[in-house]
Design a protein around this ligand. Structure first.
Ligand code: FAD
Ligand code: NAD
Length: 480
């Protein structure tokens, strides 16, 4: 076995690992980036980008099918599954190509291929061919889908995960999607809108990530109108059969049901890739979930020269967070022992369903857990002017503010343009804006942001910072 010495070894060349590599290089040329699979990142290859490409096709099909509400009749919609997947894959490959171009420009002597495992505190074995002795190590190994082993054994290639969807050459006829989290919701709705028979299974009544109980119920109602859903499904039993999968489950009414599908898509959460890293060979302190105990502001594991970033943290699981964490961990690994604590951005998460879902700043669950006093301002989008104009008048927004100071704390929303409102609200949360400062900002007319202003005015009156918002007035057109 060959032995190499390096200043910084980075395990994983995904979004976090690539950011860590760039940041560490600012301090030393002796940086080794280790990858065991294809370069290209989860986000570009099988995550953010191909899922949004599939959703874009689905939105297009949906818009054509529902144009009748505007008096525009497009006739029978023909969805060509092969063409849909061809565009998804060719555009995806373009995004992956940009990542590959970047990695290929990096010196080959800085790149090592193979699965890395700790064999001692600061030594790795890679692919059975190389021992790497490193002064500092960054763990950026990402995550993988959680799949029940018994289901995998029973269903074989009929049990699929997100990676498999983006290898399809055409669309299947039917898919059972298990898991009503972010991936389940995005992919189930997209496939349904592209003409695939879909049933979405949840083991509880929870749909999507919103933690505000009232918004959870709005979310459930909205998606139940469009999708075949079996919530609180118990004893889900998949069997392999001629067609693909026969699925039995006990519905919330206690009755056992059975339905057949081509595939079962497991969207049941993701597990950090830290269980196969040989961490037991090190003295690193591990938390109950097996992840080394780390500081979010530095990425440092205890006081050790080991850093961790991205989905491997089992924390926020989002691309922009992975890139930030990679940069912080790589910089600190490069400058070790002069480790710097970095400010983290305000939380922001978006689900690209229709309507979209977003959380910005502190969530309802976090405020409640932390015992933070707060009031809630609300707006429904059902009668909001611009949302009605566009026929996208579904959902609601809740904004949270602090009594006394009038400080804006956070928001949760299901509704139109949530990806954009989410940014405005996360920026306000990060700046520490007051509700009044936000209301004093310009609002054009007619725009969906006027709905946000209604919610903020409602919050202001709940915080007793101003008289109740005026419901009817000349500049308060419908839904403002
Ligand atoms: C379907 C889907 C849709 C998503 N959509 C969005 C979205 O719209 N917006 C958003 O913000 N986020 C989204 N995400 C989440 C986002 O993709 C991830 O948070 C992000 O890609 C994590 O980056 P990472 O660098 O931590 O992991 P990865 O990019 O997975 O990189 C980890 C790398 O480590 C390698 N590796 C693992 N173990 C070893 C080892 N022992 N030795 C060597 N190499 C190893 C892996 O092969 C991999 O290349 C989505 C995820 C999925 C699955
Ligand atoms: N738009 C985005 O930003 C985006 C999109 C996709 C994925 N992601 C990232 O990927 C992560 C993983 O997504 P995900 O949807 O797999 O996880 P998730 O944690 O959002 O949802 C998992 C769901 O699976 C359910 N589940 C788990 N075990 C089950 C069982 N045995 N039977 C039935 N249901 C079961 C859970 O109750 C939950 O509803 C997300 O948390 C997010 O960080 C982000």
């Amino acid at each position: 076995m060959k032995t190499i010495q390096t200043d910084v070894a980075i395990i994983g060349a995904g979004s976090a690992g690539m950011a860590a590599y760039r940041a560490a290089l600012a301090h030393t040329d002796r940086v080794t980036l280790i990858e065991s699979q294809a370069y290209g990142t989860t986000c570009a290859r099988v995550g953010c980008m191909p899922s949004k490409l599939l959703i874009a096709a689905a939105e297009s099909a949906h818009a054509v099918k529902h144009s009748g509400q505007f008096g525009v009749h497009a006739g029978k919609v023909n969805i060509d599954g092969a063409e849909v997947m061809a565009r998804v894959i060719s555009e995806r490959d373009r995004f992956v190509g940009f990542v590959l171009d970047t990695v290929e420009q990096w010196p080959p002597e800085n790149r090592l291929w193979g699965h890395a495992r700790f064999v001692e505190d600061m030594a790795l074995h890679v692919g059975g061919h190389t021992r790497v002795d490193a002064s500092r190590i960054v763990i950026a190994t990402g995550s993988r889908p959680a799949v029940p082993e018994a289901w995998r054994r029973e269903l074989g290639d009929r049990l699929i995960v997100n990676d498999d969807v983006f290898a399809w050459s055409t669309l299947p006829t039917s898919v059972a999607v298990v898991g009503t989290g972010v991936i389940g919701l995005e992919l189930a709705q997209a496939l349904h809108r592209l003409g695939v028979r879909v049933r979405l299974f949840g083991r509880t009544e929870r749909v999507g990530p919103l933690s505000d109980p009232l918004l959870q119920s709005v979310t459930r109602d909205v998606f139940q109108k469009e999708l075949a859903m079996s919530l609180s499904a118990q004893d889900i039993r998949p069997r392999r059969n001629e067609q693909g999968v026969s699925l039995q489950w006990i519905a919330s009414d206690g009755v056992r049901h059975e339905e057949e599908f081509d595939y079962l898509l497991a969207a049941m959460g993701r597990r950090p890739n830290i269980d196969n890293l040989g961490l037991s060979m090190t003295r690193l302190e591990l938390a109950a979930n097996g992840v080394p105990v780390f500081d979010r502001r530095s990425g440092q594991v205890g006081n050790s020269p080991v850093f961790i970033a991205g989905d491997a943290l089992d924390d926020r699981g989002l691309l922009h967070e992975a890139a930030d964490e990679g940069r912080i961990a790589g910089d600190n690994a490069g400058r070790f022992p002069d480790v710097r604590l970095r400010l983290r951005r305000a939380p922001l998460a978006v689900v690209f369903s229709e309507p979209q879902i977003m959380l910005a700043g502190a969530s309802h669950a976090e405020l409640t857990r932390d015992g933070q006093a707060f009031e809630t301002g609300v707006v429904s989008f059902e009668d909001q002017g611009r949302s009605r104009v566009m026929g996208r008048n579904q959902g609601a927004l809740h904004v949270y503010g602090e009594p006394g100071t009038g400080r804006f704390l956070g928001a949760e929303m299901i509704g139109p343009a949530a990806e954009h409102l989410g940014h405005l609200l996360a920026w306000s949360a990060q700046r520490g804006d007051t509700v009044q400062q936000m209301i004093d900002s310009p609002f054009y007319h007619p725009v969906i942001e006027e709905g946000l202003r209604t919610a903020l005015r409602h919050l202001r009156s709940k915080l007793q910072l101003a008289p109740s918002a005026i419901d009817q007035c000349i500049d308060c057109l419908p839904g403002t």
